[in-house]
Design a protein around this ligand. Structure first.
Ligand code: UDP
Length: 351
């Protein structure tokens, strides 16, 4: 029997790609997800158990049923802008949710965790690219909750021998290379899917959040990393944990930054479609530049991103988006107006 990994948030964007990578690597992923933002259709490589992290009995029952050997913890809220206006939501899920999960792990004698962290723990960088020793001064509650969670993991490693790897993602992008799963948030807040929806004519334009940052074109610079490369890093971290007690953290990025305007230009190039833009006020909690120094993940985990090129990431996301809307519109029962969208190949594109 393949070793089982409990994947909280396994129906979400990065969690579902991790489930696929786990299955391809010979594990059985069990997705534990409350479906608040995840999707049943994204769980394809193992069972789905619907439940909430704060439900201790439910967690205990799922762990007793499947007897996982380790946990990958993705279930969390991740919109930096939203966290500024509703921090309670973020602390409850991202910190209290982790504590509940760790309590269940301790009851079951489970001692391995791969944790979904973020570049937002660093705040506005003092130097760039950012390595793991860069000071941590989060500038939004989302980053603060992940920093607090990492501190919990360090203390739990010392006191209870729960070993962990926190993976600090820069900006997840792209979709499964086979087109089986991809990003689908409702509402969508992330730049690349929004830009592609505009390319597809599913929204009239893209709002650029601020063009007066101290960057060459005035818009924010981010380091985009393919979601399949992120998933691969999780499998590597899991294996590495077998021989490495303690609490560890690695950055995951490509080491190259692209501005919002460069992303939009890349999407125009990849899709061949015009994309209208409008400049809006800067979004609260957004640092100007976030670019990773991920040499540690490369040296220690042997991780090498396969899809470092922005155009490849956008092309994979575009194939996923166009395929998804085609499927929604051709399903026999998909007459509900909520889901009916013009297929990107047939729409008139906003100019
Ligand atoms: N952004 C934007 N318009 C949008 C969505 C995002 O200008 O509609 C910007 C955002 O301010 C940030 C970058 O694009 O500088 C990436 O944002 P995203 O939400 O994708 O990821 P984050 O950096 O918040 O993790």
């Amino acid at each position: 029997m393949a070793p089982t990994i409990l994947v909280t948030g396994g129906a979400g964007y990065i969690g579902s790609h991790a489930c696929k990578a786990l299955a391809m690597a010979g594990y059985r992923p069990v997705a534990f997800d409350n479906l608040s933002s995840g999707h049943r259709w994204a769980v394809r490589w193992g069972p789905l158990e619907v439940g909430c992290l704060e439900d201790a009995e439910r967690l205990d029952a799922v762990i007793a049923t499947y007897r996982p050997v380790a946990v990958m913890h993705f279930a969390a809220f991740s919109a930096a802008g939203e966290s500024v206006v509703d921090p309670a939501k973020y602390y409850e899920n991202n910190v209290a949710g982790l504590l509940s999960l760790l309590a269940a792990m301790r009851r079951a004698g489970l001692d391995r965790l791969v944790f979904s962290s973020t570049a937002a723990v660093y705040g506005s960088p003092l130097s760039t690219p950012i390595d793991e020793d860069h000071p941590q001064q989060p500038i939004n509650p989302y980053g603060a909750t992940k920093q607090a969670a990492e501190r919990v993991l360090a203390d739990f490693a010392s006191a209870y021998d729960i070993r962990s790897v926190a993976l600090r993602y820069f900006n997840a992008a792209g979709a499964d290379r086979d087109g089986e799963i991809g990003e689908a948030h409702d509402p969508e807040t992330h730049l690349i899917p929004i830009v592609l929806e505009a390319a597809a004519g599913l929204r009239p334009e893209v709002a650029i959040f601020g063009d007066r940052y101290e960057t060459p074109d005035g818009t924010c610079i981010r380091d985009y990393i393919h979601v399949a490369d992120l998933a691969d890093a999780h499998v590597r971290a899991l294996r590495w944990l077998a021989d490495h007690p303690g609490a560890h953290a690695f950055n995951l990025g490509n080491g190259e930054g692209f501005s919002v305007r460069e992303v939009i230009d890349a999407a125009r190039r990849v899709t061949g479609r015009p994309i209208a833009v409008r400049v809006e006020d800067a979004r609260p909690g957004d640092p100007a530049v976030l670019v990773a120094d991920a040499r540690c993940a490369s040296d220690v985990l042997g991780w090498r991103p396969d899809s470092a090129e922005l155009d490849t990431q956008i092309a994979d996301a575009w194939r996923w988006l166009t395929g998804r809307y085609r499927t929604l519109n051709t399903r026999p029962n998909s007459t509900s107006s909520r889901h009916r969208q013009p297929a990107p190949s047939s729409v008139v594109v906003a100019r």
